[in-house]
Write a new protein. Structure first.
Length: 631
């Protein structure tokens, strides 16, 4: 069959939004009388994949994805490239634009031709692509920051100098933990750079990105240098591929394993080296500048120290303030380091408070990282804030600067003295005016955290506007035969449960009572483990927790209707009051994903959602989920 349009959908975590975007595009195309085939990129990989002939015959390709897809196969085709939320919220706009034909032609290597009257849309697409590349690096970097930071933090609990063999505090376990954590943290910048480059230039970008990132890290340019290096390496790969595209086909193997890596490392390595080496002179200049301000107005000094400490959080600007502080410690000046330490502790604490203030606006991974940052910040590990800052540096970093500056100003005004160069709150016993120092830090962190929470909510509203109502369509076939997947005794109405944990435990207990699960505790643990990977909260108060486990006897649905909404992180930030849980035996060949994709498509229908929530009958809910939408 020949399709007029092709669609590609994908989201970075889970699969619900992947299939919701696919359903929205398919429904809208059907309404407008045009044919479309949608390829989905979810947890099961690529499904409904296009053939070369289908790509050749299609007029326009619509990509609605927040993850990397193989876009180079669309060379020479008209391509619309937007976020997955646009596919869910604005499918009519995308289909209308495709029908008009006023779409840029993708030329390969990240380039598109200009499209008349559509500069804003193309500009948005470029920024979206840059965001996707950046997030690919951040998502791979985040586990290293968390794991390495926690190891270092725990090692300090043995003593500030417990990792130093020359110290009386030396402890061999602490030294090993500190070393392991340091190695993990040392990979942060190279991994960030490598996976940004990989997102742009595929596997060759990964290789060059690692080397460029190592140079950035070795020469002390910090995570900002890693971001620059990643985009530099990725762009260099695209240029090299373009420059070498006319080589004979027989040299393709040589090009992939020799020419591009060697030329890329040579050009990118030297470029990054000469970009980062001057930082040493700049650092020395900043240190001299800071030293000259140590006897000046405490507000002015605090402002400068706060801005520098929060600017790159462990990078060269931060290090200039920190090294100046340690140099002055050697001269007996303990006042300057107190402000630097306060300003360095604030950023990770601010991210933790931001998660507390705006929990529903963060996904599960971000929330977990924010909570961990309370530990990292308390031990003076500023880098914990980097994944948050890296997502939107032009808005988050200035917000963090505000809190760091306030903390430093108050520290200097309180005349706090800190004789230790590191350790965070662990060094409180040797801090003069320790209570005032902690108070200054908390004030700065809470202010920045509150501002970050407001910014996160604003960003979420902008990225995920409330879902438009979808029209009623023909009946959606049940994922499995009625009576086999869901019975009325698996539906629980008007339950008074007060948290996500209570709901999951309730589902597990009921599953065990109905002999759906052989072990309630393990079933609950499996549901919790899935939630830790990413929230299953959707829009409009719906959550779809699921588990695949050996304790599940057969694939079943469990439905819980709540008397009041509870906090279950969702894209629209609304509380959850209707839960559809999917329980699938281990070894059932992705059966739960088949069920989940079918439910995700069904839940695109606003009438179905409204009827589910309003229903007071188990039989009616069963019919709504396994049959068609009641008209």
């Amino acid at each position: 069959m020949t399709y007029r349009f092709l669609g590609v959908t994908g989201c970075p975590t889970g699969i619900a939004h992947t299939f919701m975007a696919a359903e929205a595009l398919e429904k809208t195309a059907a309404e407008k009388g045009v044919s479309i085939k949608v390829e989905t990129h979810g947890q099961r990989g690529t499904e409904n994949q296009f053939t070369a002939q289908e790509i050749k015959d299609a007029e326009v390709i619509i990509i609605a994805a927040d993850k990397n897809v193989d876009i180079d196969r669309f060379h020479g085709k008209k391509v619309i490239n937007v976020s997955v939320s646009k596919g869910i919220k604005n499918p009519e706009e995308l289909i209308d634009r495709a029908i008009s034909g006023n779409v840029a032609v993708y030329k390969g290597s990240g380039e598109t031709t200009q499209s008349n009257g559509d500069s804003n849309q193309e500009s948005a697409s470029i920024w979206h692509q840059l965001y996707v590349h950046l997030m690919n690096g951040v998502s791979h970097m985040l586990p290293l920051v968390v794991a390495g930071g926690v190891m270092i933090a725990v090692s300090f609990m043995f003593g500030i100098y417990s990792a130093d063999p020359e110290s009386s505090q030396y402890n061999v376990i602490a030294e090993q933990m500190n070393t392991i954590g340091g190695l993990a943290m040392g990979l942060m910048v190279p991994v960030l750079s490598a996976y940004i480059a990989q997102s742009i230039g595929n596997r060759p970008g990964l290789i060059i990105g690692f080397i460029v990132g190592m140079i950035a890290d070795t020469n002390g340019t910090g995570f900002l240098g890693g971001i620059v290096g990643g985009f530099l390496a990725g762009g260099l790969v695209l240029l090299l591929m373009k420059a070498l595209k006319n080589l004979p086909k027989s040299l393709d193997g040589l090009k992939a394993i020799f020419l591009i890596p060697v030329l890329g490392i040579f050009i990118g390595g030297f470029a990054m080296w000469y970009l980062s080496v001057p930082m040493e002179a700049i650092n020395q200049g900043m240190m001299d500048f800071l030293s000259s301000f140590q006897d000046s107005n405490p507000i002015l000094l605090g402002l400068i120290v706060g801005i520098m400490s929060a600017f790159d959080m462990g990078g060269p600007v931060n290090k200039a303030a920190y090294v100046t502080g340690t140099a002055l410690l050697a001269q007996g000046n303990f006042l300057f380091m107190a402000g630097v330490s306060a300003a360095c502790i604030v950023p990770p604490l601010a991210t933790g408070f931001s998660v507390l203030f705006a929990r529903r606006s963060y996904n599960q991974a971000e929330a977990s990282a924010g909570y961990v940052n309370f530990l990292l910040g308390s031990t003076h590990i500023t880098e914990g804030a980097i994944p948050f800052a890296a997502k939107r540096p032009f808005t988050i970093i200035p917000i963090i600067m505000v809190g760091s500056s306030i903390a430093a100003m108050l520290t200097y005004m309180f005349k706090v003295e800190v004789p230790a160069p590191h350790g965070g709150f662990i060094v409180l016993p040797v801090v003069t005016h320790a209570f005032l120092w902690v108070l200054a830090i908390l004030i700065g962190a809470v202010i920045s955290g509150f501002l970050m929470a407001l910014e996160q909510k604003r960003h979420q509203r902008k990225s995920n506007p409330e879902q438009a109502a979808a029209p009623v369509q023909q009946e959606t076939p049940a994922p499995r035969e009625q009576g086999e997947l869901l019975e009325t005794n698996q539906i629980y109405l008007q339950q008074k449960l007060h948290s996500k944990e209570e709901v999951l435990a309730f589902i597990a207990d009921k599953a065990a009572a109905l002999n759906i699960a052989t072990d309630a505790e393990k079933a609950a643990s499996g549901l919790q483990k899935r939630e830790a990977e990413g929230s299953t909260g959707m829009e409009n108060g719906i959550a779809i927790p699921h588990v695949k486990s050996e304790v599940i006897q057969q694939a079943k649905l469990m439905v819980v209707q709540l008397t009041e909404g509870i906090d279950w992180p969702a894209m629209d930030g609304k509380p959850t009051d209707f839960v559809i849980s999917i329980l699938v035996p281990d070894g059932s060949s992705n059966e739960h994903l088949d069920i989940l994709s079918a439910l995700s498509r069904k839940l695109m229908n606003q009438d179905c959602i409204n009827q589910l929530k309003a229903s007071q009958s188990e039989a009616e809910i069963k019919e709504l989920l396994l049959g068609g939408v009641k008209k």
